[in-house]
Structures are given as C-alpha cells and as structure tokens.
Design a protein around this ligand. Structure first.
Ligand code: NAD
Ligand code: UGA
Length: 292
C-alpha cells in the first residue's frame, strides 16, 4: 500500500480523493490551510520537508480555482497556482518521489480547437488558465532538470456532492430549491464536458499509481452539454420549476470545453462513466441532506 500526501485535502475534489485513497487501503496525509485536513497550514509559508518525508506520491490539488474571479484577484491566482507548485517541487528535489500529480484544468485550452488534445495548442482566455499552464510548465521544468516524475491532470468542470459554492451546479440547484432565479452568463449555449467527482478521483488515483510520467492528461466526463441543457436536467432532477435570468457573458468563459480522452484511456486505463443525470442526482441529494 502506498503513502500519499494530498494538498487541498479539505477542498471539494481533495476531500473525495482522501476518502477514496483511504478506502483503497492507502496511507494519506492531507494538508490544507482550511480546517478539515490532517495538517492545517499554508503551503506558501509552512516547512514542507516534514510533510514530504513520508510521502511516495504527492497529489497537488491545493490552488486558487474559479475562472471568473481571476481577472480581479490575480495575485491570489499567481500565488495559489504558480508559487505553491514551485515551492512543493523545490521541496521534492532530491527525494525519490514516485509521482507528483498536479491538478490542472481544461482552462489551459482557451481558444484551442475542441475536442482538445493534450499535444495540441494551449491558448488560455483567463488568467486562471494561464497560471495553471505555468504550473504545468514548472512540473516539466523540474521533471527535466531534477528528475521529478510528474503528470498534470486537466480536469474538465468537476461536479458532485460538496462542489464549491461558486460553481454553476451548486448555484443552480440551490436556486431551484429556493425559487431564486437561475443566472446564466451569456446565451447559455456554451458547452461543458462536466465530470463527476467520483470519476475524477478514480482517474487521479490511477494516474498516480500507473507508470505514466511527464505529460498532461485530460480528465473529461464525456458528457458535454450546453448550459441550457444542464439547466433542463436540473429542473428534471429537482422536479421544480426554474426561472432564468440572462446576464452578460463572463469574461474568460470558454465557449466550449470537450476533452479528447484517448490519452486517459491509453495511459491510465480508465474513462469516466457517470451519466450527468445520475451525478446531478447525487449532488442534489447531498444538498438536500445538508438542509435537513
Ligand atoms: P477547492 O477550493 O474546493 O479546493 C482547493 C483547496 O486548496 C481548498 O480547500 C483551499 O483551502 C486549499 N488551498 C488553496 N491554497 C492553499 C495554500 N496556499 N495552502 C494550503 N491549502 C491551500 O477547489 P476544487 O474545486 O476542489 O479544486 C481542486 C483543484 O483542482 C484546484 O487546483 C483547481 O484549480 C483544480 N481544478 C478544479 C476543477 C473543478 O471543476 N472543481 C476543474 C479543473 C481544475
Ligand atoms: C470550472 C471550475 O470552476 C474551474 O476551477 C475549473 O478549472 C474549470 O471548471 C475547468 O474545467 O477548467 P467553469 O467551467 O466556469 O470552471 O465551471 P462552472 O462554474 O460550473 O460553470 C459552468 C458554466 O456555467 C460556465 O460557462 C459558466 O459561465 C456558466 N455559469 C456559471 C452560469 O451561466 N451561471 C452561473 O451562475 C455559474
């Protein structure tokens, strides 16, 4: 059984990953600046050596997520996504880590043609996407110069129980429950390759433990739908009428995200399979349970 260090362990994806790794019999130390992880601290300030001492695998999920805030709050994105990654990689230098897994994003693609391939162009349209691309480049730099075995997982819009409150499904399910209007940025025809969190964590565990190294890998759900279609599913899953409110497009919002998952299948041996209706149902049940 393997020993993992998971950063961002109190977060949405991190909390699921820690549970999944432990259920698979692995030993996990989770770190986060928020309460809820085994070790509480800020990766930008804390001594990283003791954390890395016992670790064979590092899964670096800590970061500053969210596309829409990244214009106004660039320092937080630069620190959260670039500086934390460099600090961890530097601390990993000279150790015999088996794998360093970076949480990257579909946002690195921006205006690239879809379905996006890992070896194709990366043309981010948000500061968020750019900071994650820089983090990927740092992994490549430390891979080439310090021999750190890395992979970067480009997650495509992850959803499910405990999803961040700023994300679309969290907001829309809450709106459906309370009768508040569902806000749509732009015309609602933008497409997202929504990925269920349970699938994202299985892909992450396998990408760590498999021999694959030195590349980015798309983790896309295979259920690309428009925002409008997703909202119709929300109405169906909740059984509630929804009111729509159209707002101007959000700067940095990609028109379409669609993953080519050939590499995920070839290198990791896994493809997400949770249908969107099923995943939304799980997220809705979680939301209802929290309101009891
Ligand atoms: P999240 O905000 O729920 O989790 C991130 C966690 O990292 C938080 O708990 C936060 O406290 C912690 N953190 C941030 N900076 C830290 C620091 N300096 N020191 C210690 N802890 C710190 O976000 P999430 O949705 O679970 O995303 C996890 C990762 O995956 C992020 O890097 C995000 O950019 C990336 N990602 C997420 C999605 C998605 O759809 N949720 C898609 C693509 C990529
Ligand atoms: C999400 C995450 O927030 C990022 O951290 C992640 O890196 C990114 O996925 C990714 O895959 O790269 P986003 O696709 O914007 O970003 O995720 P949602 O907040 O779920 O938004 C999905 C779509 O719904 C977007 O087009 C967004 O503009 C739209 N939206 C969101 C609305 O129309 N209304 C809202 O209230 C919220």
């Amino acid at each position: 059984m393997a020993r993992f260090l998971v950063t961002g362990a109190a977060g949405f994806i991190g909390s699921h990953l820690v549970e999944h790794l432990r259920a698979s019999g692995h030993t996990v130390v989770g770190v986060d600046r928020r309460p809820g992880a085994d070790v509480q601290g800020d990766l930008l300030e804390m001594d990283l050596a003791p954390l890395l001492d016992g670790a064979e695998y590092v899964i670096h999920l800590a970061g500053q997520p969210g596309v829409r805030e990244s214009w106004d709050q660039f320092p937080a994105y630069s620190r959260g996504n670039i500086e934390t990654t460099q600090r961890l990689l530097e601390a990993a230098r000279g150790r015999s880590l088996k794998k360093f897994v970076l949480a990257s994003t579909s946002s690195v693609y921006g205006e690239a043609p879809m379905p996006a391939k890992e070896d194709g162009p990366t043309l981010p349209v948000s500061p968020y996407g750019l900071t994650k691309l820089a983090a990927e480049r740092l992994c490549d730099l430390y891979g080439r110069t310090a021999g750190i075995p890395w992979v970067a997982l480009r997650y495509f819009t992850v959803y499910g129980p405990r999803q961040r409150p700023d994300m679309a499904f969290s907001r829309w399910l809450t709106a459906a429950l309370t009768g508040a209007p569902i806000k749509i940025y732009g015309d609602g025809q933008q497409l997202r390759d929504f990925t269920y969190v349970g699938d994202a964590v299985v892909a992450t565990q396998r990408a760590a433990l498999n021999p694959v190294v030195g590349m980015a890998i798309n983790v896309g759900g295979g259920t690309a739908v428009t925002v409008r279609k997703a909202i119709r599913l929300i109405a169906a899953v909740t059984g509630r009428p929804v009111r729509l409110q159209y707002l101007p497009p959000a700067p940095g919002d990609m028109r379409e995200t669609r993953a080519d998952t050939t590499r995920l299948w070839q290198e990791v041996g896994f493809l997400p399979s949770t249908p969107l209706e099923e995943g939304l149902w799980q997220q809705y049940q979680w939301l209802l349970a929290g309101r009891e």
